[in-house]
Design a protein around this ligand. Structure first.
Ligand code: AMP
Length: 187
């Protein structure tokens, strides 16, 4: 099973990713966590991404696309994967399709966690990550509206979008996702 989880900052992507990955036995690739760890360890990816992540800006597409090209060729993800936080832009979404074509893989579903903006703000501010300060959250939300919302249409157009009400308890959201019959692949 190959899945993408889409949602704004504070939509519950990380929580649903952990639940789904353990339920489906697939690894999760969480770009935000990977970038934060890369910054903490100051590896080459972290050094290049740092100023963007700290300001709540998007890391340049070229860097993210190259990272994903390498990551999706590693042996641990042969049996499937769940991407959390990627793609974030229309360009990344298109490039992901090209990459999957090259790798002979296909995406099953893009799961959209729909959550009102006021809830995204209050949930993000309850966290204590450095990129969850109020002014940074505001910027991340703006970028989410401008750059990520348009890719919903892209996945809807290819009939791969599953919309779930993310403004519920994590258990209820998970229940709703699994109730969508993920196994009925869009292939
Ligand atoms: P997240 O935890 O998914 O909200 O991501 C935290 C930060 O990492 C974002 O605010 C961006 O700076 C960066 N980031 C994560 N994923 C991407 C991506 N696919 N494209 C560009 N920047 C990203």
């Amino acid at each position: 099973m190959r899945l993408i989880i889409l949602g704004g900052p504070g939509a519950g992507k990380g929580t649903q990713t952990a639940l789904l990955c353990s339920h489906l036995g697939i690894p999760g690739i969480c770009t935000g966590d990977i970038l934060r760890q890369a910054i903490a360890s100051q590896n080459p990816l972290g050094i290049q991404a740092q100023t963007y992540v700290e300001k709540g800006e998007l890391v340049p597409d070229a860097l993210m696309i190259e990272f994903m090209r390498q990551r999706l060729q590693q042996p641990d993800i042969k049996g499937g994967w769940l991407l959390d936080g990627y793609p974030r832009t229309a360009f990344q979404a298109e490039e992901l399709d090209f990459l999957l074509e090259d790798l002979g893989q296909h995406l099953d579903w893009a799961i959209w966690l729909e959550v009102p903006e006021s809830v995204l703000i209050s949930r993000s501010l309850e966290r204590s990550r450095p990129d969850d300060r109020p002014e940074i959250v505001q910027r991340r939300l703006e970028l989410f509206q401008e750059r990520t919302i348009p890719i919903l249409e892209y996945y809807e157009h290819c009939q791969r979008l599953l919309t779930v009400n993310g403004n519920q308890t994590p258990e209820q959201v998970q229940h709703d996702i699994l109730g969508k019959n993920l196994a009925a692949s869009a292939e």
